[in-house]
Design a protein around this ligand. Structure first.
Ligand SMILES: Nc1ncnc2c1ncn2[C@@H]1O[C@H](COP(=O)(O)OP(=O)(O)OP(=O)(O)O)[C@@H](O)[C@H]1O
Length: 323
């Protein structure tokens, strides 16, 4: 179990993390989300032992993480941290990089392990290619394989798929998290990508300006966002006046995702279409309702300045009213 107990951290005088506490059970996958600059990378570096906390304590399986003031070689033995820049040896081959820290005592074992890792990151065809001849996305995949090579107990990933094209990203993500689950490797992934969060994170930790806002089961958090900041980290979201959709005359608002709003010609609530953005399987419609911008999904393009009736299902209204 990872235990982070009331840590605070500042670069020089700039406080970045404030009284951060949470625990993570072994084998769980955690997404770490928050606006750019909120302290995600800093937190990962602290957990890995690259930065020394001014206040608080951390432990992994009951053993205190001492940080760089106490470890000769920075970085905890049983963890791996994959940073946004990848530390690879560019003049050596992909296979040599992945196997760099593996024992040479049993060459067949080492070779088998390197092949297994090449397969996970879909880089088998590049085993003998020098890293300097790879693209950014390919380097990122090699760095990931290298981080997994020595079977870390805790894997810390900082935007791990940022440079990887969409096509590759989906299968890589599936391969990686399947491997981590099978091998009971705990992971924390700092990310801005909603798919990393929704499909693969058991739990999500939300940070705002260096403070933990919440740690919650991912699906529960998505379905019951307690504030606009949290909901907006999953993508577009609307803050809607209840009075626009119900007979209520209260000033209360609820959070509604674009896919939860339905076009219904019979609805008394009419919005004026402003723009339609093609999104593949649907259009994201930007409309104006009661002088406020509103986003909803629609299967076909709607042309401005058309007036459309819209509704929100009763159960969504009731659920969000209670948050
Ligand atoms: N080495 C450093 N020295 C001084 N300030 C730093 C340093 N590294 C980061 N910071 C500052 O600390 C704050 C948190 O940075 P951090 O990289 O942890 O944010 P982040 O949430 O990971 O952001 P992003 O999502 O953009 O990667 C920012 O204000 C950043 O400018």
């Amino acid at each position: 179990m990872l235990k982070v107990d009331n840590i605070s951290f500042a670069y020089d005088k700039l406080p970045v993390l404030k009284n951060v506490s949470f625990t993570i059970e072994k084998g769980r996958h955690i997404a770490l989300i928050g606006a750019s600059g909120c302290g995600k990378s800093t937190l990962l570096k602290i957990i890995y032992g690259l930065l020394h906390v001014q206040e608080g304590e951390l432990s992994w399986d009951g053993t205190k993480i001492l940080g760089p003031h106490f470890n000769l070689v920075p970085g905890e033995e049983n963890m791996k941290y994959l940073s946004q820049g990848f530390e690879l040896q560019s003049y050596r081959s992909v296979a040599e990089n992945i196997g760099q820290y593996l024992s040479n005592f049993q060459p067949e074992l080492k070779q088998g392990r390197v092949h297994e890792l090449l397969d996970i990151v879909e880089m088998s065809d590049f085993a003998n290619t020098k890293v300097e001849n790879l693209s950014g996305g390919q380097k990122q995949r090699v760095a990931l394989a290298k981080a997994l090579a020595k079977r870390p107990e805790l894997l810390l990933l900082d935007e791990p798929f940022g440079n990887i094209d969409n096509f590759r990203r989906s299968s890589l993500r599936r391969n990686l998290f399947r491997y981590l689950k099978r091998n009971k490797i705990t992971s924390i992934t700092a990310t801005h990508d909603k798919t990393d969060i929704l499909s693969f994170a058991d739990q999500t930790i939300v940070i705002r300006q260096g403070e933990i806002l919440t740690q919650e089961d991912t699906i529960t958090l998505y379905q019951n966002p307690t504030d606009y900041y949290i909901a907006s980290l999953f993508g577009e979201v609307n803050e809607i006046q209840l009075s626009s959709f119900t007979t209520s005359d209260s000033q209360d608002t609820i959070l509604v995702y674009p896919h939860e709003i339905e076009v219904n010609p019979n609805s008394m609530t009419k919005a004026r279409v402003k723009n339609a953005y093609f999104n593949g399987g649907y259009y994201l419609i930007e409309a104006v309702l009661d002088n406020t911008i509103l986003f909803f999904n629609h299967h076909s393009k709607l042309i401005a300045p058309k007036m459309v009736g819209i509704t929100i299902p009763e159960e969504i209204i009731e659920k969000r009213k209670q948050i």
